[in-house]
Design a protein around this ligand. Structure first.
Ligand code: GLC
Ligand code: GLC
Length: 807
């Protein structure tokens, strides 16, 4: 069943039924001011860091789940409704929520009163605009009361939900006839405040939650709204909110617009106050004046749309498969932007208070983002590399506001260092710019410890080389990519974190997955070294690669697939010898991508096993059979009920590895088959089963052993976005940035006979036509000239380059 439809022309998903199976959300913002917006107008806003600088409050674990947002109450002669359905839940005569790229538009109607609400964060300013237009479509004059309200968060989202003995004393606001300023803690150490402003004078306001709503009421029956009034409260402590009230009279056919703006302002220390206790509002006034007319709002909105059209023109495909095109051209790239911005911090599943930017996550997020904005990627690479230690190990996460490694979680995830090579090599391939290798980059953010970035890559490899186990395979540490494979944890204490507890440091547990990574990214680094003339170092690295490759062939092969790991007692994990967890997906993907044992047919066999054992209707499950009971020697992986999360769900992140691996062994049909199984656009028709947004990937889809087989969770913030973007563009379409030029090596399935791709690469625009004649032969014409090999050698040019590839 569908709850809306794609509007590809507008780059939108249009939700027409507000009863979606889960909140379907969208993101706004690019640089500092970020917002989440659900299809019921729920969600929250923050500045840079969802934990440390939360602007509006959101109560996770609420009832109903999606409660709290920017709520607009329309009281039309006693009928009270909201354009996003919640919180009043008044049945609407019509409803549309158009989630677009960086904006959402609600179009709703009730009793011949039409409301259009346009919400977005402008490109250059730290604010969210909510432009609300009411139109009277009836034949009578309507007198309508409109309330717009948001609830402030007391900045630190964790304290906000915990430290009430303090919080309920500190809330402070200032109010004038258009604006409510939230200035809690500004009197002391903060240099920032927020405001909720309207472009016209309000007819009343409130800033105290309990008065606005009534202590025994809720968001669905606030006193002020029911009584078409406001109490003009100036909050002092408790829960400060911002509510504006308007009495609007609309003649038949007349429309009126109110522009609401939530803004964030920082002041220099010596300009904080206008006078004692009164905040300096100069910057706020400037920001308010920028969006005080419909024309100005429209202009900013057009700029945002144009920005996206330009960004997406970097890569655009037109093939005979519209679902594939829609994902590649619009939604997959959009999701890559969001994962780049958020890492795994803020969604409806990530509370924004736990994880900041992940080392491995953010490195992988770059793979699908780099082509969009290479400059931002370079900056990100530097931030990430700066939380690496001199021995090559890394902090696992950092807070975006401080950019300091997060000491609570620490390090010890032994895959982390290698992801840096994945990101940097891809950066060089995309940009051709080797100078990044010379960027002075500190270790653990220590001043004076700066070394050229290339030394960080050396340290990464060296860490693996110097941390091997009894079989010559890399040690796993606390976990590798699979955070839940905790082979040194041995946790018996309820609630103890599997990621940070180490009750028994075996120094023995090894990861075949990291071996695959080491071979793949070790070879990559060797190529880079060779390209910059460091031949001797390059061949030394290749020797190290060879030794891990040999160890993997000898100890990492189970007969029909790759072993997953060796535990603390050197017992195999992910082998036919095991009772449960006989096969894991990760090494099948990575070791095949790394071509380990290619001559021996390992990849082919491994992928046959993946198809036979792990593949279900919605993709490839992470392992099989699921662990039926808790295994202290394996950790969190066995803690989940069967079929959920790392214990046997389709953990979507590693599905694109299987897609890519299949193209490596030349099985194009199977690659596309795996791609389709959990591609959101293909699951739109079964939204009542899949439940999450049909336009973005989710982290996990319950596996065959789960009670709710096929149900997805944790949408948006997943490495699936980037890896699928990579798989679709670089493996299936085969348009691969390479060191010396653009490689075109398509692996299209039979069902895609033709694809026309525009790709802007290092500033040059290529028009690539791929004809899939299924001949098994390869031919490339560049500007009508036959070219040997698959790489278009790079040359700067202002001309459009026409390329034809026949396969
Ligand atoms: C989560 C984490 C990611 C990890 C994956 C598998 O998505 O963010 O870092 O690799 O789970 O455990
Ligand atoms: C839990 C999740 C896993 C995540 C990890 C780290 O183990 O299942 O997906 O990566 O927490 O936060």
């Amino acid at each position: 069943m569908k709850y809306g439809h794609f509007d590809d022309k507008e780059y939108e998903y249009v939700i027409t039924n507000y009863n979606t199976p889960l909140p379907w959300i969208n993101y706004f913002g690019q640089d500092g001011f970020f917002s989440l917006m659900s299809n019921t107008c729920g969600g929250y806003m923050f500045y840079k860091d969802a934990k440390l600088r939360r602007i509006t409050r959101f109560r996770y674990n609420n009832v109903p789940r999606d409660y709290g947002g920017r709520y607009y109450y329309i009281n039309d002669n006693g009928t009270i409704w909201n354009p996003g359905f919640l919180p009043m839940k008044t049945k609407l005569d019509s409803y549309k929520c158009r989630h677009g790229l960086g904006y959402s538009i609600f179009e709703s109607e009730k009793n011949d009163l039409k409301c259009e609400l346009l919400c977005f964060v402008p490109l250059k300013d730290l604010c969210e605009i909510n432009q609300l237009t009411l139109k009277n479509n009836s034949k009578e004059t309507k007198k309508v009361t409109l309330h717009g309200v948001i609830e402030w968060c007391l900045w630190n989202a964790v304290d906000d939900q915990t430290n009430f003995q303090r919080n309920w004393n500190i809330g402070e606001v200032e109010v004038d006839d258009k604006t409510i300023y939230h200035k809690t803690e500004y009197r002391e150490r903060r240099d920032h405040y927020a405001f909720y402003h309207t472009n016209i004078k309000h007819d009343g306001f409130d800033s105290d939650l309990d008065t606005f709503i009534g202590l025994y009421n809720s968001w669905c029956d606030p006193n002020a709204v029911k009584n078409t009034t406001s109490y003009n409260t100036v909050a002092s402590g408790w829960a400060p909110i911002a509510a504006h009230m308007f009495n609007l009279e609309l003649k038949p056919g007349e429309e009126k617009t109110v522009i609401f703006q939530t803004g964030y302002v920082e002041n220099p220390e010596d300009e904080k106050f206008e006078k004692l206790h009164v905040i300096n509002k100069k910057r706020a006034y400037e920001l308010q004046a920028k969006y005080d007319t419909k024309e100005k709002v429209l202009k900013a909105f057009e700029e945002l749309k144009t920005k996206w059209v330009n960004l997406l023109s970097t890569l655009h495909v037109e093939s005979d498969n519209d679902k594939f095109d829609r994902m590649v051209n619009i939604w997959n790239q959009y999701q890559c932007m969001v994962t780049f911005n958020m890492s795994r911090s803020a969604s409806y599943y990530e509370s924004g208070t736990g994880r900041g930017m992940g080392f491995r996550d953010s490195c992988q997020d770059l793979l699908g983002f780099l082509h969009l904005i290479p400059e931002k990627s370079r900056e990100r690479i530097k931030d990430i590399a700066s939380i690496q230690f001199e021995d090559g190990s890394t902090y696992h996460q950092y807070q975006p506001l401080t950019k300091r490694g997060n000491a609570d979680i620490g390090g010890g995830f032994n895959d982390d260092p290698l992801w840096l090579i994945a990101a940097v090599s891809q950066y060089i391939k995309e940009t051709g710019d080797y100078s990044i290798l010379n960027d002075p980059t500190p270790f653990n953010n220590k001043e004076g410890s700066e070394k050229p970035l290339i030394d960080h890559l050396r340290a990464s490899l060296n860490y693996i080389i110097t941390h091997k186990g009894p079989h010559g395979l890399p040690l796993i540490g606390r976990a590798d990519w699979n955070d839940c494979l905790n082979l040194n944890c041995f946790s018996k204490t309820p609630g103890e974190s599997f990621q940070t507890a180490s009750n028994f440091e075996s120094g023995k547990a090894e990861s075949v997955f990291i071996a695959g990574m080491f071979v793949l990214y070790g070879k990559e680094f060797a190529t880079i070294l060779k390209n910059i003339g460091l031949d001797a170092e390059s061949s030394d690295i290749l020797k190290e690669v060879k030794s891990v490759e040999d160890a993997t062939i000898k100890y990492g092969w189970d007969g029909e697939w790759f072993v997953r790991a060796y535990d603390a007692f050197s017992n195999k994990v992910g082998s036919h010898e095991c009772e449960d967890g006989q096969i894991f997906v990760e090494p099948q993907g990575f070791c095949t991508m790394a071509r380990i044992g290619e001559d021996l047919g390992f990849g082919k066999k491994a992928l046959d096993s993946v198809e036979k054992i792990l593949t279900n209707d919605y993709g490839v499950e992470i392992l099989h059979p699921c662990y039926k009971e808790y295994h202290i020697e394996l950790g969190e992986v066995s803690s989940y009920p069967m079929g959920y999360k790392e214990n046997g769900s389709v953990f979507c992140h590693n599905n694109p590895w299987i897609v890519i691996a299949n193209t490596v062994i030349g099985n194009n049909e199977r690659a596309f088959d795996v791609y389709k199984r959990n591609c959101p656009a293909y699951l739109e028709e079964v939204s009542e089963i899949h439940k999450t947004e049909p336009f973005v990937y989710s982290q996990t889809i319950a596996g065959r052993d789960a009670k709710n087989y096929g149900e997805a969770k944790n949408s948006w913030l997943t490495g699936t976005a980037s890896w699928t973007m990579y798989a679709a563009s670089q493996a299936i379409l085969g348009i691969k940035p390479d060191y010396d030029g653009l490689m075109i090596d398509p692996h299209l399935p039979k069902e895609i006979k033709h694809a026309s791709v525009t790709r802007v690469f290092r500033g040059v625009k290529y028009n690539i036509t791929i004809n899939n004649n299924a001949t098994g032969k390869y031919e490339m014409l560049v500007e009508n000239n036959k070219v040997d090999g698959k790489v278009i050698p790079f040359e700067k040019s202002s001309k459009l380059i026409n390329v034809i590839v026949n396969i």
